[in-house]
Design a protein. Structure first.
Length: 272
């Protein structure tokens, strides 16, 4: 799964990196080293622009940065509480799930990130008296070694309340999104069996194409684990358990944990 990630670059810088127009109106947004579910986040979308009357121009496309909430609320939900449970969608089954299939068909996006956190479960270690303690989890941060932004494949949806109290609370509705996940590849599987579906820059255009649905070969071919070549660009490093608390949010969360503090360090050539 992907339940936390880091997004520290300003929208203006992301716009340059993703060849997009910044429509977030948050150019001074604070760096977030601990992005958690239900937070407002920045995603990349590509749509046909509309005129003042709402008519689409089928001959033009516009790639923009938008602010959405992390945790997809299906269009048929009665209230937005379901979003907290839908921060991820499995790439293998999203096309079949009522909550995700409409979004996958026509509302795909990218989650820009410096990297994501994942937790490796560790068995409990008996204390000096032989009493078994609780299992622990060691967090790891995975990112591109060259510092460029990751693009995690996502889907987004628009939810509009039908009336009543929810219509008063959300008069403009909500735009929400989920990260697609896939089977972990190579060394990443030693941390967790799932990982975000990270797309190579060469695939961004196909994934975002508003005229291609989920059955289009250019899209369906991307719903697979990343190639060994892309995974080879990753660096994995153990980090402090401070990231476990969403209230902690600073560059220290990305710092490598000294090996002496890591129980059973990963034995990976990928680590550097």
């Amino acid at each position: 799964m992907c339940g936390r990630y880091a997004s520290t670059k300003a929208p203006t810088d992301l716009a340059d990196e993703f060849h997009a127009v910044d429509a977030t109106q948050e150019s001074s947004a604070r760096a977030d080293y601990n992005v958690a579910p239900t937070k407002d986040i920045t995603v990349v979308v590509e749509r046909h622009p509309r005129d003042d009357e709402g008519t689409q121009d089928p001959d033009a496309c516009e790639r923009t940065l938008r602010t959405v909430r992390w945790g997809l609320v299906p269009f048929f939900s009665k209230d937005p509480s379901a979003g907290a449970r839908m921060v991820n969608a499995r790439s293998e089954t999203a096309a079949e799930k009522p909550s995700f299939r409409r979004a996958l068909a026509s509302r795909r996006c990218l989650f820009p990130a410096e990297g994501w956190y994942e937790w490796q479960r560790r068995d409990a270690v008996p204390d000096e008296n032989g009493k078994k303690g609780k299992p622990t989890k060691q967090p790891y941060f995975t990112h591109y070694a060259d510092g460029s932004s990751l693009a995690m494949a996502g889907i987004w949806e628009f939810w509009k309340p039908s009336g009543g109290e929810m219509a008063q609370k959300y008069p403009d509705g909500l735009v929400t999104a989920s990260v697609l996940t896939t089977e972990a590849v190579g060394p990443l599987a030693q941390v967790h069996d799932r990982m975000p579906l990270v797309l190579d820059p060469s695939a961004w255009g196909s994934w975002l194409d508003p005229d291609a649905d989920a059955t289009d070969e250019r899209v369906s071919a991307l719903l697979a684990p990343p190639s060994p070549e892309l995974v080879a660009r990753f660096e994995i490093r153990p980090v402090s358990a401070q990231v476990n608390n969403v209230r902690n949010n600073g560059p220290e969360l990305l710092e490598r944990l000294p090996e002496r503090e890591v129980r059973e360090p990963l034995q990976l050539d990928l680590l550097s």
